[in-house]
Design a protein around this ligand. Structure first.
Ligand SMILES: [Zn+2]
Ligand SMILES: [Zn+2]
Length: 165
């Protein structure tokens, strides 16, 4: 949704409360659609002496498949974000500043989506210590050992065993 923030720049208003539900279900990231569930945004835009700031809390659900065991999983996340709103690029050298332009339109979808992409994990794991799949038989090792490791005999140990016989 787009929010008109003109009155915060002119000083007619000091605070605008923001409540929005954003839909990023069609947004592709790393070959998947991790934000299939609605993203809830709540916060404020405040204006004081021409300094206009957006502060909000973003509740989202990350959905993906585990890079190690391939299981589908979802995990809730919360993000606190803050951006200075400016009328033109020239108004600030803050890299996180959001330009609203002459129309004073704050495109919340665009801002929040960019913030969320930065939150996406480098590695998608169902749990930090996921044991993954056995590279021999393909069994899910989180369910217990598959037995392949025991069958594997180190050739050096085997040679030693024969020497000792
Ligand atoms: Zn896993
Ligand atoms: Zn195995």
């Amino acid at each position: 949704m787009k929010w008109n923030v003109r009155t915060l720049f002119t000083g007619e208003r000091e605070e605008l409360s923001i409540q929005d539900t954003l839909d990023f279900s069609g947004a592709e990231w790393s070959g998947g659609y991790p934000l299939a569930k609605p993203v809830i945004v709540s916060g404020t835009v405040t204006g004081a002496g021409g300094i206009v700031v957006l502060r909000c809390t973003v509740e989202y659900t990350f959905e993906g498949s585990c890079d190690r065991c391939l299981a589908r999983f979802s995990r809730g996340g919360m993000l606190e974000t803050e951006h200075l709103l400016i009328l033109s690029e020239a108004d600030s050298d803050d890299v996180d500043a959001v330009v609203v332009g002459d129309s004073y339109q704050l495109d919340l979808d665009e801002v929040i989506q960019a913030d969320l992409w930065l939150e996406m994990p480098m590695k998608s794991l169902c749990k930090p210590d996921c044991k993954g799949l056995c590279h021999r038989c393909g069994a899910d090792l989180n369910a217990g050992p598959c037995g392949c490791a025991e069958k594997e005999i180190d050739p050096r140990l085997e040679a030693l065993k024969q020497l000792l016989q």
